[in-house]
Ligand binder design. Structure first.
Ligand SMILES: *[C@@H]1O[C@H](CO)[C@@H](O)[C@H](O)[C@H]1NC(C)=O
Length: 373
């Protein structure tokens, strides 16, 4: 290509970036909502895709997610945040064109409220029993792979207003490993982890798994290994609060950890471990997930500061026509915000560049075959 054309393209591209980034950094209140985001939100609400006012959007939102505010002040406060989030979704849409961003159940929360209430990953360090996963062969990996089709994934759960994401990521990985070891899919107890797992990092004061205030999947595997295992969901149901005492009953253990390992920051190794060992516990930066509705999330820029624990259940490329670069397949992620969030509770994020840190903290767990015991 002619150098001048390359330069011109580069200049246009840079201008676009600066525009988008400065919009993200200095969001101006009071400007009009982009027609795109109106369309997006209208369609989701099932209404005719005509232009809606912010008031109308907000009343649809309240109805759809059954939001009730205690006072007029609270209502007005939430409406201001909602308007700011409409603009945020619009910016996310520009930064992440292969996904659809818009109104979600989190649209009346500020980003920091959202982080505090629905995420819950504490500082990352490795507990001493974590091995490094052995390097696996990566030739002959299937093109597409999905543990949901093989019966290794329980239905999507909902952590509620509790920063216990880490416990759902942990149970999801052990549910899959237990299925592979025993042939049975058992839904496992997050509440046991929330109430009983206070595993601490001996080298890091104050860094312990702490229920709704956050935790870490590797520490939770460590706890499960030491405690003997996890009970069934139905025997120790989820309450979404951490004011309860530990009600762990050793005689009702449904799944046991044999060992757990950390997978290297290599997408082929991650895929190979997924296929061989079952769904993987992964950490991610969830900033784009507050406004995500569907599609493959592949933002131009996303922080790698990990703040959310989720479950990697598969990968694929079907139905994804990327707007730039060459064909890039995606990871399929099971989240813990109920089935009304994202694609029936799932998230797709593109592979290839450690987007939002999704490749940085991956763990695999093996379960004991309890059939023979
Ligand atoms: C983990 O446990 C499984 C099942 O018992 C075993 O096959 C595997 O070799 C173990 N892996 C490591 C790294 O110890």
């Amino acid at each position: 290509m002619d150098n001048r054309i390359v330069f011109l393209l580069f200049a246009i591209f840079s201008l676009f970036f600066v525009g988008v980034i400065s919009a993200e950094a200095f969001s101006a209140e009071g400007s009009e909502v982009d027609p795109l985001i109106r369309q997006v939100t209208d369609r989701q609400d099932g209404a005719v895709p005509h232009l809606l006012t912010e008031e109308h959007h907000f009343s649809l939102f309240k109805k759809r997610f059954k939001k009730i505010y205690r006072s007029q002040e609270e209502h007005d406060h939430r409406f201001r945040i909602f308007k700011a989030n409409l603009k945020r979704a619009e910016r996310h849409q520009k930064l992440d064109p292969s996904a659809t961003h818009g109104v979600t159940q989190f649209s009346d929360l500020t980003p920091s409220e959202f982080r505090r209430t629905y995420l819950g990953l504490r500082r990352l360090r490795l507990p001493k029993d974590a091995n490094e996963a052995p390097v696996l062969p990566t030739d002959n990996l299937p093109e597409d792979f999905d543990w949901r089709e093989k019966g290794a994934v329980t239905p999507v759960k909902n952590q509620g207003t509790c920063g216990s994401c880490w416990s759902f990521s942990t149970t999801g990985a052990l549910e899959g490993a237990n299925f592979l070891a025993t042939g049975k899919l058992e839904s496992l107890s997050e509440q046991q982890l929330v109430d009983c797992d206070h595993e601490c990092d001996p080298e890091e004061a104050g860094s312990c798994d702490s229920g709704c205030n956050g935790g870490l999947m590797n520490s939770a595997f460590e706890y499960t290994l030491k405690a003997g295992g996890l009970m069934r969901e139905e025997d120790y149901p989820y309450t979404g609060t951490d004011r309860g005492t530990c009600k762990f009953d050793k005689s009702k253990i449904a799944a046991k950890v044999a060992n757990f390992s950390v997978v290297s920051l290599d997408e082929d190794q991650i895929a190979a471990n997924l296929v061989k060992n079952g769904p993987l516990a992964v950490a991610i930066n969830a900033v784009f997930m507050q406004t995500y509705m569907k599609g493959v999330s592949c933002p131009y820029i996303c922080s790698k500061r990990l703040d959310h624990g989720v479950l990697l259940v598969g990968y694929g490329s079907a139905g994804y026509a990327p707007v730039r670069m060459k064909e890039k397949p995606y990871w399929i992620i099971k989240n813990s915000w109920g089935e009304n969030w994202g694609e029936n509770g799932f998230y797709k994020i593109c592979r290839g560049r450690n987007i939002c840190g999704v490749d940085s903290m991956v763990s695999t767990v093996a379960a004991v075959n309890t059939n023979s015991q």
